[in-house]
Design a protein. Structure first.
Length: 573
């Protein structure tokens, strides 16, 4: 369904599409594609590209293909294909029956290369990879022509066919486009478009031992799928002349059903502080054991964010907020966390969990008595209702909610001080029990005001502090995993300090609490369920959770420094 013009996103890519529709270019079609290479898991940067490609097509009544750029079998695996499909679906997008692979076109791409050879626009080169680089020249010096550049067409055709037949060893010969060794754009200096590579392909097996290069396969794959707008990241801007050269010099319209001509459009990729976005570096973190797999909740991968508890709605909101630009910039990770908080504030059920328990005995509460009190599920959701939580003589509170010698502005529990227990009573600390050997506080003895709960005679009595709690006899043990930024450096890719990015890993990025206690209703929570633990943050049940052991990941804390910073900026204006 096409949206109205007033609802279309305002960005330069949409402006191009609007103009193309206005002039009837490509028969007023909008056909985009998302073309990941299946050599790793997708990350938050890919999410921006997914949202843009699928979103532009959806907003303009068009369609989007999912196409795997599987032209390098030495690094590609079916595991990555499956993970990419799952990630795109989880983000809320569907390609219907339009899932393709560059390998679908291997035979046609080979025949197109033959076209170029016959036209005198491609040749077989016997220079080594090192020699090709040396001949290429520099940004200030023109390249030098290969001694094989003037090979006769018939000899090139014969050698190319024999390359395909497997007569030559890997790396001994390549097919190069014959363009311009003096071009100011290094990508146009007779780029390699085919190489010999003996590696079993995840779809074609050992059928092929020569594979097309990305800069050759990509524009032709776009053309064969009748893509209209080939949206990619900014680092491909210098490759656009080669993209256009390939389309200008190959007669791809001989293939039945192909229509129009694709146009490459570049936008700025997403860069987040305290994060690395290089798929190579993320792979190194996984394979080096620095993280616990691609879906480690500290990773910027979509699977990692999903496991941590981020929602697809929050990620889509984030991608929309950062917009589409022509220049690279770094986005504050606080904005992503802000989007998660805003989304979960509306949907996450409230619950009480004590992460570092301190036992409290309420001496004047009847032994053996249990009350089931009402607690609201979500004050932001009018239909969320309430739940029942048990209250008893023995409860747990947070260790940090008690101080024996508190500072002036400490409003939690202290000797001879009162605090209100959320959805329950006001209690007063009467006695502190310590471990005789260590001096650590191990237990508090308190009294309660029986008329201070909701509906009681002193329910409206004011006390400055409110604490969350759980009933000790009913509490369910849980493991709580607290996560922070994976890197301690705001820009871990910056090598000016001479440090490798792995040296900037945050040693405190993961903390595991094994003695936490949660309210009994959470015993039935399933992996993926999300909650707001009062005063603690938003949490998600982890995949490791079971009936024997509840495991929660902290998604984000409650403190929203990004939102406070934006409010401060507004006030300053």
């Amino acid at each position: 369904m096409t949206t109205s013009n007033s609802e279309l996103p305002v960005n330069f890519v949409q402006s191009i599409i609007t103009e193309d529709l206005k002039t009837g270019k490509n028969n007023s079609r909008v056909h985009t594609r998302f073309p990941p290479e299946p050599n790793g898991y997708l990350h938050i940067g890919h999410a921006k590209s997914i949202c843009l490609n699928f979103g532009l097509a959806r907003a303009n009544g068009g369609i989007t293909n999912l196409r795997f750029d599987d032209t390098n079998p030495s690094k590609e695996e079916v595991e990555y294909v499956d993970s990419i499909k799952a990630d795109v679906h989880w983000l809320g997008f569907d390609w219907d029956d339009r899932m393709y692979y560059a390998s679908d076109y291997f035979e046609q791409l080979y025949q197109f290369a033959v076209q170029l050879i016959k036209a005198g626009k491609a040749y077989i080169c016997d220079l080594s990879a090192e020699e090709i680089r040396a001949y290429r020249g520099t940004l200030t010096e023109a390249g030098k022509e290969s001694p094989y550049r003037s090979r006769p067409i018939e000899e090139n055709l014969d050698l190319f066919e024999r390359m395909r037949a497997g007569e030559f060893p890997d790396g001994s010969r390549v097919l190069r486009a014959k363009i311009d060794m003096a071009s100011p754009n290094l990508n146009m200096r007779d780029p390699v478009i085919y190489r010999i590579l003996r590696a079993t392909h995840h779809r074609t097996g050992d059928k092929w031992c020569i594979y097309p290069m990305y800069d050759y396969a990509h524009p032709l794959s776009d053309a064969l799928e009748s893509i209209t707008h080939s949206v990619c990241t900014l680092e491909f801007a210098d490759h656009r002349p080669l993209y256009d050269w390939v389309l200008d010099n190959v007669d791809y319209h001989i293939v039945e059903g192909v229509e129009g001509r694709p146009r490459q459009i570049e936008f700025a990729r997403l860069n987040l502080n305290y994060t690395v976005m290089s798929k190579r570096k993320l792979r190194e973190l996984v394979e080096g054991g620095y993280v616990n797999g691609w879906d480690d909740p500290r990773m910027p991968t979509i699977s990692g964010l999903r496991r941590r508890g981020y929602t697809p709605e929050a990620i889509r909101d984030f991608c929309e907020r950062i917009g589409v630009a022509k220049r690279d910039s770094v986005v504050d990770i606080g904005l992503l966390e802000h989007c998660v908080r805003e989304d979960l504030n509306r949907r996450a059920l409230r619950a009480m969990a004590v992460l570092r328990p301190l036992k409290v005995v309420i001496d004047n509460y009847p032994e053996g008595q249990v009350e089931w009190l009402d607690a609201e599920n979500n004050p932001e959701d009018p239909i969320a209702g309430t739940r029942k939580i048990p209250f008893s003589r023995e409860i747990y509170i947070e260790q940090e909610d008690f101080m024996e010698d508190p500072p002036r502005k400490f409003y939690r529990l202290a000797p001879d001080r009162e605090v209100r227990l959320k959805s329950a009573y006001i209690i007063k600390c009467e006695k502190v029990i310590k471990d005789e050997k260590t001096g650590d506080i191990i237990e508090l003895h308190c009294t309660y005001d029986p008329d201070s709960k909701s509906g009681g005679a002193t329910a409206g009595r004011k006390v400055k502090g409110t604490s969350h709690w759980v009933s000790a006899p009913h509490a369910v043990p849980a493991e709580i995993r607290l996560y922070d930024n994976l890197f301690s450096s705001e820009n871990p890719d910056d090598d000016e300090d001479g440090l490798d990015y792995k040296a900037k890993l945050n040693p405190d990025s993961r903390e595991v609490l094994t003695s936490s206690m949660v309210e009994p209703g959470l015993a039935e929570a399933k992996p993926g369920d999300r909650f707001q633990f009062l005063r603690q943050g938003y949490f998600c049940v982890d995949l490791d959770s079971s009936t024997e052991k509840l495991v929660f990941n902290r998604i984000v804390s409650l403190r929203d420094t990004w939102a406070k910073l934006q409010k401060s900026k507004v006030k300053q204006k």
